[in-house]
Design a protein around this ligand. Sequence first.
Ligand code: ZN
Length: 262
Amino acid sequence: MADEAHPRTLLSPHGEPPAYFTFPSLTALRLPHATTTRHCPGVASFAEPISPAHPRAPFREDAVATLAAAGLDLSRVAYARQVHGAEAARAPAGGGFAGLVDVITTVERAVPLAVFTADCLAILLYDPGVPALAAAHVGWRGTARGAAQTAVRAVESLGGRASRVHAAISPSIGPCCYEVDEPVMLQFAKAYPGRWEAWATPARPNHIMLDLWGANAALLEEAGMDPARIENPRLCTACHPDLFFSYRKGHRGRLVTLAALP
Ligand SMILES: [Zn+2]
């Protein structure tokens, strides 16, 4: 059984690296979900971006088979062309392309919502009371633009209540490895005056280490969520190149975080 601090791994008995992790809090709620590692086959890389004109789900057959084991039917997956913004869209009925957005929502059963990352945060939000689901792609731009708060509001617009929402934060770049420079600092100072300093640690001159985990947990709480319902395994993509893709480390592969209403 996994401890509180780490997602339950799906290491095979032969000791092969896991293709994906799951979050204990979401597993306890019987929500089908997964966040892949670099060992999940068949996920298209960032070298194959999603074309809005001719969108195709960025998965091949081996990913379909691997993620079926997590209870996810990729023939019904909903996905977006992520643009580092804070706009939300409903998944099309039965899945498919949701547009140029960074937050996808659904109230439809068995439609997996997919968010692609390689250092950015994927945040899953689940209100079992509706039930309603949201998946958000949140990097520094998304954090400054309020993508996490947008995701909470989107669940509320589907009949959800922020205090009832459960959230999970995918493996992503941690404050240990995320050095940013002045343009990023300026955007945060503008978006969150007097507050963003709590998410910054001094680094080299004119740089800070930015804590996107702390920032987004704080912003979710401000949006009305119970902090006890925010799961963050604190797995840094840059610290674990054996397990994850990290854009900062020069990787171009994509991790995908998915969930579907049961
Ligand atoms: Zn790190």
